[in-house]
Design a protein around this ligand. Sequence first.
Ligand SMILES: Cc1ncc(COP(=O)(O)O)c(C=O)c1O
Length: 389
Amino acid sequence: MQLRTRMPGVGTTIFTVMSQLATEHNAINLGQGFPDFDPNPLLVDEVTKAMQEGHNQYPPMPGIPLLRQGIQKKVKDLYGYDYDSDTEITVMAGASEALMMSILALVHPGDEVIVIEPFYDLYIPVIKLAGGTPVIVAMSAPDENHSTYRVDWQRIRDAITSKTRALILNFPHNPTGINLADSDLDALEEIITDTGIFVISDEVYEHVVFNGAQHQSLCRRELLAKHSVVISSFGKTYHITGWKIGYCCAPAAITAEIRKLHQFNVFTVVAPMQYALARFMSDPTHHLGLADFYQAKQDRLFNGLAQTKFKPVKSAGTFFLLADYSEVSDLPEADFAKWLTVEHGVGVIPVSAFYRDPDSPAANHSLVRFCFAKRETTLDAAIERLQTL
Ligand SMILES: Cc1ncc(COP(=O)(O)O)c(C=O)c1O
């Protein structure tokens, strides 16, 4: 019998390739987006305690009530929208599961889904798996007059047809580090009022927003909340990416569809971690302190890169920043990233990897992504190597 693939065109991702290359060449890995430091020991202690207390069997399918209530309170305190923790909040196996279940729940064969380029790699294969057609709308890339990427809402509006079912957003944005402003929510409200499409809002970096700015969650506006699935990740917030735990908030009718998929996908999410997180998140200083914690790391990397031939760009959110390498090399981004890893021992990710056609000129702007979720010693060692360029 011939084997048929459900995900044609999906191979090993550049993230895996670059990490393997970094390991082979003993490079400092500022490519893949995860911390090289430990989570708060209090959180780890809470997991041990939860296991010792006997929380080792299947928890309820949508997540334990205490954790869903904690999420409800946090979201209400920060963004003002009051989700019903029984019917509108679901604990998921990471933002990845939340994204996949949301796309499968909302998108049907023949539907179009708008995705903004550059984009996180999960969205497009899953839209296709659901039978949908991704419609890609490019951001404007940095140029002589603009140091950062920009979203043009008119382009998104122009891409909407009678077949459009949903728009996928990701702010703070990986890889560009840009955020939504209040005026962007105005533009989105107009689009939703006119078209009624759904929004899947990937907000995994919601607590990593710099310069005292506030995260513009879609659930700050009632109209947007009523049309959206808002997704977050405890992995990014509490330095526990390996625990694979996150959540999604959505109106009850959408949540009911998402839960049907979730119950046959994993049924529920690891019990002791849910108890630990419920207790840990009751102290908001843990998530409220994250922006300052990462601001110091961004400043350290930015100032270090500014002493090299790279031109770093300040990030408004996420734990990534972009840097222009045009004074170092005129290689395309993927080749440059490999060269930097092999020859200079610092692993980075080419921004072109977040484009539909990474080899095209439209995807190559001499930019690479650095991750600063690293110890100071790691950042300093990388900067030292880059100074020799
Ligand atoms: C934009 C974005 N969405 C989703 C995820 C996945 O999050 P999780 O590890 O919670 O599944 C990531 C992880 O890198 C991400 O950068």
